[in-house]
Design a protein around this ligand. Structure first.
Ligand code: UT7
Length: 329
């Protein structure tokens, strides 16, 4: 039997500063009522000028390592799912490696937007099963506030900053990542992107004037694709694991919109206690959303040894994915 990747520690970090819907009313033409009813969000954490993605990622990683009771030198690989690395290169994962002194690890970033943590988990599952790695730190971390257009009410009310981390370790126990399913529909790259600042349209005066270095999104279209994409991913991952909706103890969906989550819960006929929601406090934290929620769900006693956890996400690309995890701690 091949080795499974078991989650042995989780952790989260969020900046201190909280931005409420009322605060946003002072920045753009919006209202607390609109934001709450259309998204379910009340507040989000926003990084200060000095804080970069790797700072939050490091803080989350240290908590996950502490919970896992491992030494940083045991880590073979650090994967950071992010679209807001500290700089184009080196990777945020390399900064994390240095900060936590994981001196034996390889480190790289993975660009799959909000699906980054699940894509990282999927890779880790394979690396551990093949014996190429024994202990892996998977992080989802983003500071979308730094690439948000604070004059665009269509996007600026949605996002928050944060990081979540999980330590995965090889085990022969009946616990860990049972299956993953990842998928991309790249015919829809135009629905959600930062058009400039890369090699297609490098930074220039025009870019800054036209504000094309910020997130642009067709919210409605992303919404429809998100529901379909996550439903497809959940079904495929459960099928791979040989499990059914009734077997699921808890679903943690990407925290992008309460209406997207409710539609998934309705289809799976899940009672509220089987769906984890914390977007009211964090907004959409991109790749961090699932590991932050996982950390909070465990702390709240909503994940117990033997539980079947399903996580699912979608994001720019469009990327989507799901994982089925037998909780082992
Ligand atoms: O992690 C992946 C990231 N992306 C997402 O998760 C986005 C998924 N999409 C969504 O969550 C929703 O589409 C939104 C929350 C972004 C928008 O909700 P919606 O119900 O799809 O609204 P809409 O875009 O159709 O806009 C409805 C109206 C428009 O006004 P008109 O044209 O009907 O007069 C917008 O201009 O709401 C207006 N509007 C706002 N009003 C107040 C858009 N943003 C705001 C705002 N405050 N912040």
């Amino acid at each position: 039997m091949s080795l499974k990747a078991k989650i042995i520690g989780v952790g989260l970090a969020a900046p201190e500063k909280i931005l409420t819907n009322k605060d946003l009313e002072k920045i753009v033409e919006t209202s607390d009522e609109w934001i709450k009813s259309r998204t379910g969000m009340s507040e989000r954490h926003i990084a200060d000028e000095k804080t970069a993605t790797s700072d939050l990622a490091t803080a989350a990683a240290l908590k996950a390592i502490e919970m896992a009771k491992i030494a940083p030198e045991e880590i073979d690989l650090i994967i950071t799912g992010t679209v807001t690395p500290d700089m184009p290169f080196p990777s945020a994962a390399c900064f994390v490696q240095n900060n936590i002194k994981a001196v034996k690890a390889a480190a790289f970033d993975l660009s799959a937007a909000c699906s980054g943590f699940i894509y990282g988990l999927s890779l880790s599952k394979g690396m551990i099963a093949s014996g190429d790695a024994r202990t892996i730190l998977v992080i989802g971390a983003d500071c979308l506030s730094k690439i948000t257009d604070w004059t665009d009410r269509n996007t600026c009310v949605l996002f928050g900053d944060g990081a979540g981390a999980a330590v995965l370790q090889a085990t022969s126990e009946d616990a860990g990542v049972l299956s993953t399913y990842t998928y991309s529909d790249a015919s829809k790259t135009h629905l959600l992107q930062v058009p400039a600042g890369g090699s297609r349209v490098p930074f220039s005066k025009e870019v800054l004037e036209n504000r094309t270095n910020f997130i642009k999104m067709e919210g409605n279209e992303v919404f429809k694709n998100a529901v379909k994409g996550m439903e497809r991913a959940i079904d495929a991952a459960l099928h791979k694991a040989g499990l059914k909706y009734e077997d699921v103890s808890l679903v943690i969906p990407h925290q992008a919109n309460i209406r997207i989550i409710e539609s998934i819960a309705k289809r799976m006929k899940l009672p509220p206690e089987k769906v984890f929601i914390n977007l009211d406090k964090y907004g959409n934290t991109s790749a961090a959303s699932i590991p932050i929620a996982m950390t909070e769900a465990y702390a709240a006693g909503r994940l117990k040894k033997g539980d079947i956890l399903v996580i699912t996400a979608f994001g720019a690309g469009l990327t989507m994915g799901a994982a089925v995890i037998k909780w082992g701690i």
